[in-house]
Design a protein around this ligand. Sequence first.
Ligand code: PLP
Length: 388
Amino acid sequence: MTGKTRIYLDHNATSPLRPEAAQAMLETLASSIGNPASMHSEGRAARALVERAREQVATLAGTSSREIVFTSGGTEAIAAALHGVCDRAPDRLRRIVVSTVEHSAVLTSAKAAAVKGFEVVRVPCDAEGRVDAGAFIDQLRRGTLLACLQWANNETGVIQPVEEVGRACRQAGVPFLVDAVQAAGKVELELWRVHADLAALSAHKLGGPQGVGALVVRDGIVLSPLISGGAQERRRRAGTPSVAALAGFGAAAVVAHDGWKDESERLLRLRAKIETRLRNLYPQVRFHGQASPRLGNTVNFALPEASGEVLVIALDLAGFAVSTGSACASGAVEPSHVIRAMGLDETEARGAVRVSLGWSTETADVDRFLEQLPQVVQQVREGTTDAV
Ligand code: PLP
């Protein structure tokens, strides 16, 4: 039995800081005093820490360290990629191809490009959350400036056909941006294999600190910087970085790189346990994206007669952190655009609940979750939970 007072099953939102990352950060905070841009010994020592983190992140991504540009996270990496490409676009290249299930970081940056006159083509997914590679590739027509596809979806865990799309982009001469934020640490992240020209990473999804990430910029791709000022990051992203955060990112990247395979298999077994139990308890449970290749840590489901939002709040009161696919926009809870894109109606989409496992998830956590779930579901269905 787990002795934890709360059980955290929301790793796709953010994964708790790994002890290795925490230690690297504490050591850096205690010892590093210089600005990595300074010439003196303190500055050079700080710079060495930044460069070590860069090597560690590059190893995780299967790229060279000079291709890593540190950012404040996945959102900035994506915004920098879209801005950087659009800002330098010649008049004959005005088309951007994305999928409908991209993270809002991509969709919002694409919208901003549309306002500037770019044509944004959104390729739909099927009922299982997967984007058809052929349909995406069909859109790589003349005049395409950039193609953008996520490696794995944050809500369903569905893995997209990045390798096939990347190959086609390379053949068509279209730069390919991969949102690898959710895939990092959960798959073999070899960006060269998927022909990514640009890729976004985020430390806090793999047990590093929040507020730091990276844009991978393949050699030969030139971007206008989103943030200009000093000469940091070889003039690709200005601003003094948090050396401690980068040390934490690097340490988390090392653990993720060395352990992703065993960890994925372990989490897959725990996820299977959850899915089997859910199906036994609730034969009418609906799994979202289950027929697609998926990350091993994510399950997205809906139970009949249970609102996702109420279930999440009721579970929270019972000591479990899980999430809905819904996002709070302008004061109203909007059903997930990802689940809606899979063809579910608004009511069905409002039923979606996401459980995402990670490095800190133990078998006992899952057992306790499955033990207490029936009671919480019953309360939700009867309207007797304090959550309503
Ligand atoms: N892309 C995906 C697929 C994500 O899941 C997230 C975070 O939820 C992001 C991008 C944004 O990353 P960050 O939180 O580091 O800005």
